[in-house]
Design a protein around this ligand. Structure first.
Ligand code: HEC
Ligand code: HEC
Length: 338
């Protein structure tokens, strides 16, 4: 009997071994690529799981950023003071213009910065990068050409559910000076990358309030509270965690009352600390939680003069009449048509 193998059979065994190894490695690679990317995207049912890292788009490079502070040394002392006061008003609006404001009581206690993060200087944080470069501009909501005073006052009347600020007041002048400072390097007409709010892709389905509630309870409620009304700071002049609904929140005429705006804002800015570089919610979670928040009660306002041309109403404007035959519910919650 021959017990030792011939050289040919040992080469065969070696080749078979190599073959097995290659198959094993391919299997492992396939698992790493498909298996893991699958768990990364199927976040729908995992609203309550811990932070999920979602790869940002590759086009998130070279976004616009605000001018550095040191460049303020080229401003006149008076101009610099005005710009800094403007920034202070954006960041701490309520201290000056809120219900207990030191200048005038004319808004709901929120700060512009609650929605315009880092005083309007955060990429895709609803910033002011493209304001100086694009206003005055025609806006379909009013059907008129709007200047910056009108646009700022829109937010006072809607987002801060308050009153208009006089265009000649030092406060309005300061806010405009600050917005001009932020946009000083942007060419007229330009909208630099990272301006405003990110536009998310539509979901194929309608937004889902039950799923949104789960996201809210898991990832938002700890700060914004179960009743959505936020937490006042000590002294009660402004909020540590601003309200998302209820009597002290933005009203039904506000930009965030459109689910697409709210979803885009939340996706790249919330939970607090999130930036476009490291989102924590999937698109679906952002859409669903936005729908949930905007299904809650909040102040109303007279919207009868908005959108004078109904064909220009945005797809997700939740109040009819519309140029198409879809219901208010379908317009508000989707599925949205292209
Ligand atoms: C509740 C959230 C919220 C608050 C608070 C808020 N805004 Fe806004 N603001 C928005 C949203 C949302 C938009 C964008 C609306 C849109 O794109 O339709 C916006 C748009 C603007 C714009 C136009 C930006 C552009 O690129 O066209 C200006 C200027 C502005 N806000 C100023 C202010 C000022 C000043 C304050 C404080 C007095 C303020 N906002 C408070 C949500 C808010
Ligand atoms: C760790 C606390 C924290 C968590 C968690 C958190 N937020 Fe916020 N949120 C804040 C703070 C603070 C601000 C105001 C930021 C500022 O003024 O700079 C804010 C602002 C907002 C705003 C704009 C202002 C307003 O009141 O309308 C919205 C909308 C919002 N958050 C939604 C959410 C959603 C949705 C989640 C969950 C996905 C969430 N937040 C989770 C702390 C938090």
């Amino acid at each position: 009997m021959k017990t030792s193998q011939s050289p040919k059979t040992s080469i065969d065994t070696f080749i078979r071994f190599l073959y097995g190894l290659v198959v094993l490695l391919l299997g492992l690679a396939a698992y790493l690529i498909f298996g893991r990317s699958h768990t990364m995207t199927s976040t729908e049912t995992r609203a309550d799981s811990s932070a999920i890292f979602i790869q940002p788009d590759s086009n998130f490079s070279h976004v616009w950023t605000a001018p550095s502070d040191w460049r303020m040394m080229y401003l006149s002392p008076k101009q610099k003071e005005l710009v800094l006061y403007g920034r202070e008003l954006i960041a701490h609006t309520s201290d000056y213009l809120g219900p207990k404001g030191s200048v005038r009581a004319m808004s709901n206690g929120m700060n512009c910065q609650n929605c315009h993060l880092k005083a309007g200087a955060q990429p895709w944080g609803n910033n002011y990068f493209a304001v100086e470069s694009t206003y005055p501009k025609f806006r379909a909501r009013s059907g008129t050409v709007e200047n910056q005073v009108k646009r700022v006052n829109d937010c006072f009347e809607r987002s801060l559910n308050g009153k208009k600020l006089d265009s000649t007041s030092k406060e309005m002048q300061a806010i405009l000076a600050y917005i001009a400072w932020l946009g000083k390097d942007v060419a007229k007409g330009d909208k630099p990358k990272g301006s405003g709010i990110f536009k998310l892709k539509f979901l194929k389905r309608a937004t889902d309030l039950d799923k949104g509630k789960m996201v809210y309870e898991g990832k938002c409620q700890s700060c914004h509270q179960a009743n959505g009304e936020g937490v006042l700071a000590e002294g009660g002049k402004s909020y540590t965690y601003p309200p998302l609904w209820g009597v002290h929140s933005y009203n039904q005429g506000a930009g965030l009352f459109r689910i697409s705006n709210l979803a885009g804002y939340v996706k790249y800015n919330m939970p607090l600390g999130t930036t476009y570089e490291k989102a924590q919610l999937s698109d679906e979670e952002a859409w669903d939680v936005a729908a949930y928040i905007n299904s809650m009660p909040r102040p109303s306002m007279d919207l009868s003069h908005d959108w004078p041309k109904i064909a220009k109403k945005p797809f997700d404007h939740p109040f009819g009449p519309y140029a198409d035959s879809y219901s208010e519910k379908r317009h508000k919650y989707g599925p949205y048509k292209k």
